[in-house]
Design a protein around this ligand. Structure first.
Ligand code: SF4
Length: 374
């Protein structure tokens, strides 16, 4: 029986030229993520899914490790077509190895033998057809780290754009200038998990903070709609000092960037910290407010964080969107993307009219349940 690694090695193609550099001794350098691996002949990069064969860089292609329909609020995007259904797909592998990963089955499939998730062969046209059939408004590359499988996401996103759908990355943000330029024409929305503001902590997760901060700045400058999430882990990244530095950095990028501070629950290999409490989230939100951020949300604890699930006008305080978890309870943003009370422009990517939610919780598309029918 073939191993997972062998199956994945059959679903590849050569890297796009923008993301690879030929080096001496048949080595190649990959620019798909901030590791910028120099890869010797016959070896994979840190992510295990891009590898050098015969002096050429081969990359994942033609499969998905998972497909799911999510409310866009789950990604989370709160300032982009609220209520929309987000057709979400992932491949396998990641360039980091966070011990608390909530998508570990797909992200760590090649490192951790307990994380078994067999790939499913797929064509971009079939995914778009399925997304449209279900009424989705946005295609999202998520579940594993999308930057390391950018070629496949771009192929799908070209089809999505042609069909009038929006596109999004849900990413750790560990990018390079090359990969951001490569995806730029095809990505509308981008969520970055800013996991910490400590380089030491990022080293524990297998990365460096520098490329992530650089990518956050670049994405904002490129005009891609950006939202940031920080999973608040007691004892890891929740000190007042670290949160102050993190939120001051975001406010310097733009006070319009929404910041989601979300509750940790024990998962994967990180089982020692306590779960995050509502009070922890409220404290973090207050620090972000002091830093100047205008849109702060507390996530993963529906109904327990008061106004921090709702969107309020930064200018007059009028409540614009009321939420409970992923459910939209009220929507008052004008067709022009403004506050109906004071007329202030609300930063985001708004639809001209709110469409009732198809779902306020995730579900599997029927075809994904019957893998053979693809
Ligand atoms: S995607 Fe990142 S980890 Fe993978 S080979 Fe390229 S630079 Fe290395």
């Amino acid at each position: 029986m073939p191993t997972l690694g062998e199956i994945i090695n059959q679903n590849v193609r050569e890297a796009t030229p923008e993301l690879v550099e030929t080096m001496d001794r048949n080595r190649v350098r990959c620019y798909s993520c901030g590791h910028e691996c120099p890869i010797p002949e016959g070896q994979p990069g840190v992510c295990k899914v891009r590898y050098n064969r015969g002096g050429k860089l081969y990359v994942p292609w033609g499969y998905v490790g998972g497909v799911q329909c999510d409310p866009i609020e789950k990604k989370p995007f709160f300032h982009a077509i609220p209520g929309a259904l987000a057709y979400s797909f992932g491949m396998l592998g990641c360039d980091l190895h966070c011990s608390y990963c909530q998508n570990w089955v797909t992200s760590q499939a090649l490192r951790d033998p307990d994380a078994i998730s067999p790939p499913l062969e797929m064509k971009p046209e079939l995914m778009i057809e399925d997304a449209r059939r279900l009424g989705a408004k946005v295609l999202v590359s998520t579940y594993n780290e999308p930057l390391i499988t950018s070629e496949w996401a771009v192929a799908i996103f070209k089809n999505a754009r042609a069909a009038g759908l929006m596109t999004a990355f849900v990413s750790n943000g560990n990018g390079t200038p090359q990969v951001l330029e490569y995806i730029r024409p095809y990505v509308d929305l981008y969520k970055v998990d800013l996991k910490s503001f400590s380089d030491r902590h990022y080293h524990e997760l297998g990365g460096r903070i520098g490329p992530i901060l650089r990518s956050i700045r670049a994405l904002h400058e490129m005009g891609i709609w950006l939202e940031i999430v920080t999973l608040l882990i007691p004892g890891f990244n929740d000190s007042d000092d670290e949160l102050k530095q993190l939120t001051e950095f975001l406010a310097a990028v733009s006070t319009d960037v929404p910041w989601h501070v979300t509750a940790f629950h024990q998962d994967y290999k990180m089982t020692s910290p306590e779960d995050t409490t509502p009070d922890d989230l409220v404290r973090a939100a207050e620090i972000g407010k002091q830093a100047g951020l205008r849109y702060i949300y507390a996530g993963n604890l529906p109904g327990r964080v008061g106004e921090l699930e709702n969107t309020r006008c930064h200018h007059c305080g009028h409540t614009l969107i009321e939420r409970f978890g992923y459910l939209i309870r009220a929507y008052r943003i004008t067709a022009e993307g403004g506050c109906p009370a004071c007329g202030a422009r609300i930063p985001g990517r708004w639809a001209t009219a709110f469409q009732p939610q198809i779902a306020s919780r995730p579900f599997l598309p029927v075809r994904a349940r019957h893998r053979a029918s693809y």
